[in-house]
Write a protein that binds this ligand. Structure first.
Ligand code: NAD
Ligand code: TYD
Length: 368
C-alpha cells in the first residue's frame, strides 16, 4: 500500500489525478496538501471525499514544519508535486508568487523529503518524489522544428516557464547530489473537467455559453499540443509504477492545433450540442447557438500576449517506448467529453467565477 502526498490536489490536474488514483488504487492513502489559492477548489475533490482514503490539508508547500509533520505522520512514500502558480498571463502581470511557490515551495518540499527519507529506518522502503512540469521550459518552436524531446535544452521565455525550469533543475540537483529518488514529467497543454476558466479552453466554453467575446490572442496562429487530463494522469501513473528513478519523461497528446482552429472546432461542437438538446436554449439564451446562429461569431481577435510562445509540441516517444504510454483520447473525443462536462456542471464553474475572477478577466480585456 502506498501513501501519497499530492500537493496542489485541489487544482485542475491534481484533482483529476486524485479521482484517477482513488479509482485505480482504492487502498492507497491520499493526502492532499493545497493552499486553496484562487485556482484551488475543494468542490473539485467532492466526488472522492467520502471514500475515507482521502485527507485534505489546507496549507502551503513553503511551510517546512507542516510538510515535515505530514511526511512523518502519514508515513508518506510518494510525493506528487502539482502545486504551482500555473497561468502564464498572471506571471506576466505579477511574477512574485510564481517564484515563491514554484521555486521556493518546490525547494521546501525537496528539503523535507530528503530529511524524512534519509534516516536509517527508511532505508528498506521505496520512495519517490515526482515533479509535474511543463513543455514550456523548452521554449518556443518554429513551424518546421522537431518536437521537444527530453534532451531539448531548456530555454524558458515567460516568468512562469522560468520558474518551472528552476524547479526542474532543483529536483534533478537533489537527485544527483543527495540521491533523492525523483522522476519528472514535462507535459503539454492539458484540458478536461475541473479546469479553471482562465485557461484557454474553459474560458472559451463559459464565454460562449454566456454570449461573451471569445478573445483570440494575435492572429490565432499559435500552436499548442493538447493533452486530455486523464491521459496525463495515465502518463504519471506509468512513471510512478514502472518509470526509472532519475529519469524525465515527456507526456503529450499527439494533438497539435493552431488556437484558431481549435476554437472554431469547439464552436462547431457547441452549435451541435444546442441543435441536439433544446434545453440548452433555455439554460444559455445568450449563446448565439440558442438563436440558431453560429457560436463562431463571438470570435474576437485581441492584442497578443507579450512574448507569446509560437508553438509547443511534445515528442512522447520515450514514454511510449519505455512504458507503453498511448493517449486514449483523440482531440475530437476529448473536446466532446470536456464540453459535455461543462454543460453538466454549470454550478461548479459559476461558483469559481466570483468577484476576483471577474476582476482578473476585466484587467485582461482592458489591457488589450
Ligand atoms: P492549477 O493552477 O489549476 O492548480 C494549482 C493548485 O496548486 C491549486 O489548487 C492551488 O491552490 C495550489 N497551490 C498554489 N500555490 C500553492 C502553495 N504555495 N502551496 C500549496 N498549494 C498551492 O494548476 P494545474 O493546471 O492543475 O497544474 C498542475 C501542475 O501541472 C503545475 O505544476 C503546472 O505547472 C503543471 N502543468 C500544467 C499544465 C496545464 O495545461 N494546466 C501543463 C503543463 C504542466
Ligand atoms: P493557455 O490556456 O493560457 O495556456 P499556455 O499559455 O500555457 O499555453 O493558452 C493556450 C493558448 O491560447 C496560448 O497560445 C494563448 C492562447 N489564448 C488565447 O488566444 N486567448 C485567451 O483568452 C487565452 C487565455 C489564451
Amino acid at each position: 500500500m502506498r501513501s501519497l502526498l499530492i500537493t496542489g490536489g485541489a487544482g485542475f490536474i491534481g484533482a483529476n489525478f486524485v479521482h484517477y488514483w482513488s479509482r485505480k488504487y482504492p487502498r492507497h492513502r491520499l493526502v492532499v496538501l493545497d493552499a486553496l489559492t484562487y485556482a484551488g477548489n475543494l468542490a473539485s475533490l467532492a466526488p472522492v471525499s467520502d471514500a475515507g482514503q482521502l485527507r485534505f490539508v489546507h496549507g502551503n508547500i513553503c511551510d517546512s514544519d507542516l510538510i515535515d509533520t505530514l511526511l512523518a505522520q502519514e508515513d508518506v512514500d510518494t510525493v506528487v508535486n502539482f502545486a504551482a502558480e500555473s497561468h502564464v498571463d498572471r506571471s506576466i502581470v505579477g511574477p512574485d508568487p510564481f517564484i515563491e511557490t514554484n521555486i521556493v515551495g518546490t525547494h521546501a518540499l525537496l528539503k523535507a523529503a530528503r530529511r524524512a527519507w534519509s534516516s536509517e529506518q527508511c532505508s528498506s522502503k521505496t520512495y519517490r518524489f515526482h515533479h509535474v512540469s511543463t513543455d514550456e521550459v523548452y521554449g518556443s518552436l518554429g513551424p518546421t522544428d522537431a518536437a521537444f524531446t527530453e534532451a531539448t535544452p531548456y530555454s524558458p521565455r515567460s516568468p512562469y516557464a522560468a520558474s518551472k525550469a528552476s524547479s526542474d533543475h532543483l529536483v534533478r540537483a537533489y537527485g544527483h547530489t543527495y540521491g533523492l529518488p525523483f522522476t519528472i514529467t514535462n507535459c503539454s497543454n492539458n484540458y478536461g473537467p475541473y479546469q479553471f476558466p482562465e485557461k484557454m479552453l474553459p474560458l472559451m466554453i463559459v464565454n460562449a455559453l454566456e454570449g461573451k467575446p471569445l478573445p483570440v490572442y494575435g492572429d490565432g496562429g499559435n500552436v499548442r499540443d493538447w493533452l486530455h487530463v486523464e491521459d496525463h494522469c495515465l502518463g504519471i501513473e506509468l512513471v510512478l509504477t514502472h518509470g526509472t528513478v532519475g529519469e524525465t519523461y515527456n507526456v503529450g497528446g499527439n494533438s497539435e492545433r493552431a488556437n484558431i482552429d481549435l476554437i472554431r472546432q469547439l464552436c462547431g461542437l457547441i452549435d451541435a450540442a444546442f441543435a441536439d438538446d433544446s434545453n440548452l436554449e433555455t439554460r444559455f439564451p445568450r449563446c448565439p447557438a440558442a438563436r440558431k446562429s453560429s457560436t463562431a461569431e463571438l470570435i474576437t481577435f485581441v492584442k497578443d500576449r507579450p512574448g507569446h510562445d509560437w508553438r509547443y509540441a511534445i515528442d512522447a516517444s520515450k514514454i511510449s517506448t519505455a512504458l507503453g504510454y498511448h493517449p486514449q483520447q483523440t482531440l475530437e473525443s476529448g473536446l466532446h467529453q470536456t464540453l459535455r462536462w461543462y454543460l453538466d456542471n454549470e454550478s461548479w464553474w459559476r461558483a469559481v467565477m466570483d468577484g476576483s475572477y471577474r476582476a482578473w478577466i476585466e484587467i485582461q480585456y482592458t489591457k488589450r
